[in-house]
Design a binder for this molecule. Sequence first.
Ligand code: HEC
Length: 143
Amino acid sequence: MMVFSFIWTPLLAQEFEPLRPRVPVEERSMARKMLPPFGSTKRATPSIIAEGKALYEGKGTCISCHGESGLGDGEVGRSLNPSPRNFTNCRFHARRRDGELFWILKNGSPGTGMVPMIPVTITEEEAWKILAYERSFCRDWQR
Ligand code: HEC
């Protein structure tokens, strides 16, 4: 029995309703107005995206859960339920303003493995750069 649950748990874990908003309704309009210092993740330069990648894979530790390819299949993330967000899903990105993603980095997503990352792990400035990189997992975002 132990063996079966060990084998099946990671396979059964899935994202939980990735398109449903995470920011509570009373904070959403404020969150949606927050913008990166470089204007928008859509207009991030290749050098900002490269800095974001280095932070995603290094200091920010995002890679451990969200994975190198952004699929949500990092070494730690694979065993989490709900699963980490799959950043290659363009439909997810289309449903989120930059500020809503930033809100998550400040507050986490309560009841999940996504804990607050600002200010203990990363600064606000670093967070915006990481978000520019996260958006780039959706091929069309910065075109
Ligand atoms: C310990 C594992 C873990 C780490 C480390 C982690 N995440 Fe997550 N992340 C998750 C999980 C799990 C979810 C899904 C939460 C949910 O379903 O509400 C998530 C969701 C998200 C979301 C989507 C929120 C939404 O609006 O739906 C964003 C954005 C995000 N993470 C960014 C990051 C960034 C940036 C980092 C690094 C600075 C990071 N995460 C580090 C586990 C992690």
